[in-house]
Design a protein around this ligand. Structure first.
Ligand code: AHG
Ligand code: MN
Ligand code: MN
Length: 331
């Protein structure tokens, strides 16, 4: 468990002090986090200038998910990959935008970590200046360092996540990092170009009165879920709804203020829409570290064994008692 850091601590110092406390640290994890911070600052700057830098709109292509690719999806994907492939800290990078995992090229050292990311979450919000983000989860490889990554390195269960985080590009840019049993949020000072600790040791209360879901799909949910949400509305407890349509933004709101996010199976997406390895696992790791919970309705998210890099899952995530109530309602 980490000690408490003071507000205003730089992300660089936090990384240095966190990683030096591990006797077996080789410096790879610290370098990985620093490269994430660099890529986050590059993407943040591009997001802020998207309307001026010709970065709005689509590329005209579809990705492996059958979704239209936005220019910023590609910029974010390329930026994170190029920050992480050369310093010898990753053996593989899995991305929503790439059909297969990208193995570290032979000319660089194949390092200790597997990095899974949704480089740009909330693409449909890019053109309207609403909050978007990057989500990432980190695994330690199982095979020997210096050799090409294997399928076993890449398809690990959520319980093997060693750290996870996300960046929200909103009214400010905030990087939230779950590592060593603690969740901390750092806000970017765009003038100085450094992240400073602004949300130390984030903890979720047991329950909250906000739910976030696309209720327009309620007709295609399982009836028990519809009944559950109707019950909240009729309870007189003062429930409210918040839904932006960027998972990372809805999740961030609920992490700071409390709430439960729901993306269930629908008729159109019978396995759910969200991706297990680079959306659900990282956020489940973060929420559990902060005292919350995440389930697919019947199973803890972090216990699910992924069948493929792009596997999907229903996702119910937030304050622990809310998630437990919901699971009971679906049982
Ligand atoms: P992405 O932009 O990475 O493809 O993810 C979009 C996801 C997620 O951010 C959000 O929660 C969800 O799509 C919104 O979907 P609906 O429009 O179906 O509500
Ligand atoms: Mn996404
Ligand atoms: Mn995406």
């Amino acid at each position: 468990m980490l000690r408490q850091f003071e507000e205003g601590t730089t992300l660089d110092r936090f990384i240095f002090e966190t990683t030096k406390s591990h006797a077996d640290a080789t410096g790879q994890f610290a370098t990985l986090l620093k490269q994430v911070s660099l890529a986050a600052r590059l993407v943040s700057s591009r997001v802020n200038r998207a309307g001026l830098a010709g970065m709005l709109g689509g590329t005209g292509e579809m990705n492996v998910q059958g979704e239209f690719v936005q220019k910023l999806d590609i910029y974010a994907n390329d930026t994170f990959k190029s920050a992480l492939e050369h310093p010898g800290v990753c053996c593989a990078i899995c991305s929503e935008e790439d059909e297969e995992a990208t193995l570290t090229p032979d000319r660089f050292h194949s390092g200790k970590y597997v990095f899974c990311m949704d480089p740009l979450d909330g693409s449909s919000n890019i053109d309207v200046n609403a909050t978007i983000g990057t989500i990432f989860g980190i695994f330690s490889r199982k095979s020997e360092e210096g050799t090409p990554a294997t399928k076993e390195d890449i398809l690990q269960t959520g319980s093997e996540v060693v750290a996870a985080g996300y960046i929200v590009y909103g009214s400010g840019t905030v990087l939230v990092l779950a590592v060593d049993g603690q969740v901390n949020g750092f806000t970017l000072d765009p003038v100085v170009g450094e992240f400073f600790l602004s949300h130390p040791d984030i903890r979720l209360a047991p329950n909250a009165l906000t739910y976030s879901t696309n209720e327009a799909y309620a007709y295609s949910w399982e009836p028990k879920l519809r009944d559950y949400i109707d019950g909240l509305k009729q309870s007189g407890q003062g429930w409210r709804a918040r839904y932006i349509g960027s998972l990372v933004a809805d999740f961030h709101r609920n992490l700071i203020k409390g709430g439960i996010f729901l993306y269930p199976a629908t008729k159109k997406a019978p396995e759910g829409k969200l991706r297990l390895m680079y959306e659900a696992f990282p956020l489940a790791y973060i929420v559990e570290t902060a005292g919350g919970a995440a389930t697919n309705g019947h199973q803890r998210i972090l216990d699910i064994e992924p069948e493929s890099v792009h596997a999907r899952t229903p996702l119910f995530i937030g304050n622990a008692e809310n998630v437990a109530d919901l699971e009971a309602a679906l049982a």
